[in-house]
Design a protein around this ligand. Structure first.
Ligand SMILES: *Cc1c(COP(=O)(O)O)cnc(C)c1O
Length: 392
């Protein structure tokens, strides 16, 4: 399995003019995906939005099978949403919680998820339990196993945090959760499109993700997976006339499939683009893509860590394409701005996106260079040499 790099870069016009290392923010959208979105918008302009949807109904439907194939699910287990956050919310806010119930999570949990935990704990009297990390920063599965009892209503973990190269041992977490009968919700925002994923292997009950990050789809769309066995009882926290049918004046009936988590209105062109992005990722090959991302990211870490005054800030044993670092005496924002001037897109991550993790490591902000398979060895070298110029 190998990648046709010249073709992949030809599909990615943005990489001609700059070095894009902000793939954890939003990846560059490849031509075939972009074309799907633009063609559909043109069709809407020409024949009307509802008429376009009707005409392309089959293609619209195949979005579910593409996403299902991407993560080893069945099409009826997939819903398309406006982003990953709302996908996650539809599961999280749909879980029944009472006083004394427990939500189990990791120290590196994403801010939006943690804020939602805090809100619901205030409303219900449920509690949050944060599992200890191992020395390498990954969640300790033995500690998790000790915590899991009948009070635990949810294990919610993000697979790859936004603010470091950490990869959580999701499959092992899934196995422990399953053994104890706990509901496991996996936030796979940064891992979908980056690494091969299979929901059966991960042992998750639900998984949520976004289109624009490593999957290389358009912005403004996301999706969720909910395991079929939960569909028979799991009520979304909100419904509309697409999620349910108003069957008589005082009755409604939920949709049978996971689309009960959707709303009628969605960015339809983006939905088709998301499906196209899933097909594109499958065609490129997730294993080959991941091998390259991993190699490039480790090269970047090796080279950056050799610069005096530069510290690589990625915990974990096996690390993702997200490379984070600090430069002594330089504000991460300043590093980002200077790199932009040199034609290199990076981003920064602040304590606000993952407070417990950043505080525990004494960090308020880091520079984040997130690498994709379409990046080149020379681009990584260019990053390193620019950072070398800033370090003392
Ligand atoms: C980006 C991100 C999210 C939120 O995704 P949206 O599509 O912006 O809603 C959630 N979790 C993690 C780990 C992320 O990196």
């Amino acid at each position: 399995m190998s990648l046709d790099l010249p073709l992949l870069r030809e599909h990615t016009p943005g990489c001609q003019g700059r070095i894009h290392l902000n793939n954890a923010g939003a990846s560059l959208v490849p031509f075939p995906v972009q074309q799907t979105v633009l063609d559909y918008l043109a069709l809407e302009q020409e024949i009307g939005g509802y008429e376009a949807e009707e005409q392309r109904a089959e293609e619209m439907d195949s979005v579910y099978s593409s996403l299902a194939r991407l993560i080893g699910a069945a099409p009826q287990e997939i819903a398309v949403t406006q982003n990953a956050t709302r996908a996650w919310d539809m599961i999280f806010y749909g879980l029944k919680l009472r006083s004394g119930d427990r939500i189990v999570t990791c120290r590196a949990e994403y801010a939006s998820n943690y804020i939602a935990f805090l809100q619901r704990c205030r409303q219900t009297g449920a509690e949050i339990v944060v599992v200890d990390d191992q020395p390498d920063g990954t969640l300790c599965c033995e500690s998790l196993a000790r915590i899991l009892d009948e009070r635990v209503k949810l294990v919610a973990i993000n697979h790859m945090p936004t603010n470091s190269g950490l990869i959580q041992p999701a499959a092992e977490i899934g196995r422990v959760a399953q053994e104890h009968g706990a509901f496991f919700l996996l936030d796979a925002c940064q891992s979908v499109g980056q690494i091969p994923l299979d929901v059966a292997e991960l042992g998750c009950d639900a998984l949520t993700s976004t289109s624009r990050k490593y999957l290389r789809g358009p912005r403004g769309v996301g999706f969720l997976y909910l395991k079929e066995k939960h569909l028979s009882y799991f009520e979304p926290p909100m419904l509309d006339l697409h999620a349910a049918t108003w069957t008589s004046s005082d009755q409604y009936k939920l949709r049978e499939d996971a689309r009960r988590f959707e709303t009628y209105e969605i960015f339809t062109a983006g939905k088709l683009g998301l499906g196209a992005a899933a097909e594109y990722a499958l065609e490129v090959g997730l294993e080959a893509g991941w091998q390259r991302i991993h190699r490039l990211a480790e090269t970047a870490r090796d080279s950056l860590s050799q610069l005096s005054g530069v510290k690589v800030r990625d915990p974990g044993a096996l690390r993702s394409g997200i490379v984070t670092f600090t430069v002594e005496g330089r504000d991460p924002q300043e590093v980002k701005a200077q790199l932009r001037q040199a034609g290199i897109n990076v981003w920064t991550s602040t304590v606000r996106s993952a407070r417990m993790d950043m505080e525990a490591r004494g960090l308020s902000e880091v520079v984040r260079a997130s690498i994709h398979y379409y990046n080149l060895e020379e681009e990584v070298e260019a990053l390193v040499s620019q950072v070398a110029g800033m370090a003392r």
